[in-house]
Design a binder for this molecule. Sequence first.
Ligand code: G3I
Length: 365
Amino acid sequence: MLSRRETILTALKAAAGFGLASASPLGTLLAGTAAADEASPLAGLRYGAAVRDVPLAVEPEFRAAIARHCRQIVGEGGLKWFDIRPTREQFVYDSPDKQMAFATANGMTLRGHTLVWYGAMPDWTKTIASASDAERLLVGHIEAVMGRYRGRIKSWDVINEAIPDDPASRSDIRPSIWQQRLGEAHLALALRTAARVDPDAQLVINEYDVEFVGDRYRRRREAFLRLIRDLKLRNVPLHAVGLQGHLRGDLAIDREGVAAFTAECRAMGLAVLVTELDVIDDKLPGPPDVRDILVAAKAYEFLDAVRAGSPIDSILTWGITDRHTWVPTYFRRTDGLPNRPLPLDAGYRVKPLARVIAHFLRDRR
Ligand code: G3I
């Protein structure tokens, strides 16, 4: 069994192999060994996590971990069209109402995810046949859903993943029923409607895969920035940019690209949130101790690049424990070992990733 020191050194040595330019600051960060019953390094900080309804309902450990470490939650599901609108006529709020009740009972806030997304759309929306029908439905949905949680959900991912997976040009917008029926104007329509329904809510545009070195990721950053600049130039209400942060453990972070991106967001008066952080570890070495440090080092590199351009408003992880995560759905490990992408392991023990997140939030109480 490697000693803790040997584990850290092994991991830091391996780090270079995974595009981790400078993991040394991590060494110091991890010097202190995490005792299982150690006080939460995240408590009181602007940290939150995505929750799932089943563990929130039936797993006391899950509820306890969320209550212990988080100041905010977001539904991994619950506020998506697929969840809320089983039919054109119906609005079903069971899931977000339960999430809101849990948040309120634990002195936390609930983030809203999401009002306009190509994904998780119920089949009946394929029957939306005209621009007027699309506008009526989109505006009506935002009025109803934001209206229900006005003043209680203080930050909304109004727009999610509007940039195509691999944009051919800076002006590309992801295909969706809204894009098809209303064109790019649907984005401004949604944001203006959101601002009218809840003038105090933080309106966020959320995106993924803008962090890494490589042509596709550079083109995604450029297309995302083009859209944000255009919305700001036309005085469309927009308060923040959400970087999902589903980090690939084996891909290098484009430090200059990310820092320049967040600096431009800041220059436009936009806050920067990390909204869905986790580290996809399917290509990282097997031994959990070593892998946990590489996961933490990747997050360190990303958050350091984000902060180089703008303060980080808050950090949410897409889940809190390795026991409940979407990662194996698409990134199962070939060695059969469980993925370890989140701040707590499957036994709810604090991992190095939690300390890294705390490190970047400490100066943002
Ligand atoms: O609730 C139903 C259940 O009743 C049914 O038996 C089961 C089988 O089909 O499906 C369950 O719904 C699943 C839902 O998660 C709740 O677990 C959907 O099929 C499944 O597609 C859905 O996946 C979610 C996905 O978004 C699509 O909404 C993932 O959990 C969630 O992690 C993922 O989150 C996205 C963010 O919203 C946006 N950014 C990327 C991120 C990861 O893909």
